[in-house]
Ligand binder design. Sequence first.
Ligand code: XBP
Ligand code: MG
Length: 227
Amino acid sequence: MSLRLLLFDVDGTLAETEEGHRAAWNATFAHFGFDWHWDFNTYRDLLQIAGGAERLRHFAPADMSDETIRAMHRAKNARYREAMAAGEIGLRPGVRQLIDAARARDVALGIATTTSRGNVEALIEGTLGRAALGWFSVIACAEDAPEKKPDPQVYRVALARLGIEGADAWAVEDSRNGIIAAVAAGIRVVLTPSLYMAGDDPRGAALVLDDLAAVAPEELLDQLGAG
Ligand code: XBP
Ligand code: MG
């Protein structure tokens, strides 16, 4: 049990992106002529459902077509990507430092997320720069794993692509669904609860930190078993 692979969740973990998703949804609702507005508490409840399109399906009237749901989700993502690429949301504390320290110690980096590849790329480009996409040995996202967290599919895909056992990996997660998904794939979890997930049940996480700046990156890598 060593640390060969550090897998990052995206939404809520790399950055507090959900405020960006929420703002983009509200602008999209207005654009499509709906007077809906998802406030913080409404969105927090809706976040129990993984996936933006699935979330809207749950909220929308039952007679709304799948085509309209898909069109609104696409429009939301277009707005969201513009905001992320413009650098409107920064990384959470300590994320950059841990990434740099892991690279320096030859720990492979990966991403395992419910969101789409385009959203991941926009966030990475807006925060770490385009070249940083090459720092990640695997980027597993919605297109690779239709079964969304808490299903472990996205974590299993990431491990399989690199031929690494769950026991040799750690995941950094922010949510209950994320913990369940990673643990079911045999991966230990560092939990850094996000704005929307504060107060959620942390059981199953091997380590809980307010954020990744709570422990010096070298010390954290030692704790996770980096060589
Ligand atoms: C994140 C999600 C996503 C985002 C929005 O889960 O559930 O649905 O809220 O992205 P996790 P999309 O952080 O556990 O991966 O609209 O692209 O789904
Ligand atoms: Mg998350």
